[in-house]
Design a protein around this ligand. Structure first.
Ligand SMILES: CC(C)(COP(=O)(O)OP(=O)(O)OC[C@H]1O[C@@H](n2cnc3c(N)ncnc32)[C@H](O)[C@@H]1OP(=O)(O)O)[C@@H](O)C(=O)NCCC(=O)NCCS
Length: 162
């Protein structure tokens, strides 16, 4: 693996935090008329990728998506707000947590509609996994999420098929 972790500056989760807001159109719908889950997954992957690349400052690819929960439907016309933060890093891997909230723009009502964990791996210019900066854990939330992320990553890797 390229680049020594110790040479990289530690970065806090807030430095890479990302929020994406997108309007849902009829072209985003499933045959029943609500927003297609795959469309939401695309946005989850995209916002998580922004966080992973901000943190690693390198190319980063999705290796796993898990605990994807669609809690409530998202309707055509809703504004979908995706919030993403980095919870945990190991050598080249990063766990990103995404929360999706739908806003009815007329009533102003906002609903948590989905959650997911996405794992990215940072790659060097040769496409090989490369070290990412360690996380500077500044708040109690950062520390809790790091420990929870570590446990989830251990479980994830146990289930991993090569
Ligand atoms: C990313 C990739 C190059 C890693 O190759 P690999 O042979 O699995 O590499 P390694 O076994 O050395 O693992 C590298 C890191 O990825 C992590 N990793 C790999 N698969 C994982 C998974 N399913 N879940 C969580 N972490 C995973 C490893 O734990 C390791 O993390 P660490 O460096 O922090 O310890 C390879 O899996 C790949 O190219 N995948 C396709 C990625 C892609 O194209 N995504 C877009 C959507 S298809």
């Amino acid at each position: 693996m390229s680049s020594k972790n110790s040479q990289l500056r530690e970065k806090s989760p807030s430095e890479s935090h990302a929020e994406v807001i997108v309007r849902m159109f009829p072209s985003d719908a499933n045959p029943a008329g609500n927003v297609f889950g795959g469309e939401i997954l695309k946005h989850i992957d995209m916002v998580a990728g922004i966080v992973a690349q901000r943190h690693s400052q390198s190319n980063a690819v999705t290796v796993s998506m898990d605990s994807v929960n669609f809690l409530k439907p998202v309707f055509v016309g809703n504004v979908l707000k995706l919030n993403a933060r980095i919870n945990y890093v190991h050598n080249s891997s990063m766990e990103i947590e995404v929360k999706a909230e739908a806003e009815d723009i007329v009533t102003g009502i906002r609903t948590l509609t989905g959650t997911a964990f996405v794992t990215f791996v940072a790659l060097d210019k040769n496409g090989k996994p490369t070290h990412v900066p360690k996380l500077a854990l500044k708040t109690d939330e950062d520390r809790t999420k790091f420990e929870e992320g570590k446990l989830r990553m251990e479980k994830r890797l146990k289930k991993r098929q090569k």
